[in-house]
Design a binder for this molecule. Structure first.
Ligand SMILES: [Fe+2]
Ligand SMILES: [Fe+2]
Length: 290
């Protein structure tokens, strides 16, 4: 019953435009495209090096259920993130017993059986299982021509109470804390069984941020949306060069490259207004030492 992070979802009015942005500017690959007029409009993108089997899921209109409400209320945003498992019904039974709030019980949809629930701060989590495991494929590897290698690294949830959310993910999903800087208001959690994907490919993680210690950017997110998925992060081998390249292509940076949290950090906005963080690659020993 391992839980491997599979994707983070973005609700967007323009799937094709978002594909173009992540493909052309960050070297991501289109891993799957599902479209039926009036029914669904979905794309999965993996990072160019396919460093981990973690994807961005783009979903366009028509939105249904809570996604329609979320989009109407907030516009484009990250609606949920998703784990893949080999036993979605087993997880459903376990989580139901602990009275987790479900938005959808296990339901077959296209190539997967999926369910949705809320975590302790209200963020929406999907757990899914492939109906045909051969569909769980990785995109082919490409070499971005810029020499910059963007790798999906983490997604981040901003909440009011880090220990409460940390407890929820440990208790309900068995995720453990693999890195922490509580003074600066963040920790990283992951399923220890899937942490190291091999070599220097560190499996994607979930960052949990919260007061005290959070910065104005996160405070503004909390004020606007309440607790939820706040940003996604790529590592890139040269944050300053990435900043130069992307800025020259008209990408807007809210935070120019700066030394912070022991790495080099910058934040830009994707075409949906979603905050994307860039950091330097994290050496495996940083996490192994925990
Ligand atoms: Fe999803
Ligand atoms: Fe982050």
């Amino acid at each position: 019953m391992n839980l491997k992070l599979h994707h983070v979802n973005i609700l967007t009015p323009d799937v094709e435009g978002s594909i173009a942005f992540y493909r052309d500017k960050l070297g991501m690959c289109l891993a799957a495209r599902m479209y039926q007029e009036g029914l669904y409009d979905i794309a999965f993108l993996r990072d160019g090096p396919a460093s981990v089997e973690f994807a961005i899921e783009l979903v366009g209109p028509p939105f249904v259920g809570w996604m329609a409400e979320m989009f109407e209320k907030h516009g484009p945003l990250m609606d949920h993130f998703s784990f893949v498992t080999d036993d979605v019904d087993g997880w459903y039974e376990k989580l139901q017993a602990s009275e987790v709030e479900f938005l959808m019980p296990p339901t077959p949809y296209l190539t997967v059986k999926e369910m949705y629930f809320r975590d302790a701060c209200g963020a929406i989590v999907e757990v899914m299982e492939f109906l045909d495991p051969s569909l769980a494929v990785t995109a082919p590897q490409v070499s971005p021509s810029s020499g910059l290698e963007y790798r999906l690294h983490h997604i981040s949830i901003v909440c009011h109470d880090i220990p409460a959310l940390e407890h929820f993910y440990a208790q309900e999903l068995g995720l453990t804390t693999i890195y922490e800087d509580r003074e600066d208001g963040y920790i990283f959690i992951a399923d220890p069984a899937v942490l190291l994907a091999g070599g220097d490919n560190i499996a994607p993680t979930i960052e949990i941020m919260g007061p005290p210690g959070i910065e104005p950017r996160e405070e503004a997110f909390l004020a606007k949306y309440g607790p939820g998925i706040d940003h996604l992060c790529f590592t890139v081998n040269d944050v300053d060069a990435a900043y130069e390249n992307l800025s020259a292509e008209g990408v807007h940076f809210d935070m120019e490259p700066a030394d912070s949290w022991g790495t080099r950090v910058a934040f830009f906005k994707d075409p949906n207004g979603i905050d994307v963080e860039l950091i330097l690659p994290v050496p495996p020993e940083v996490i192994e030492s925990k």
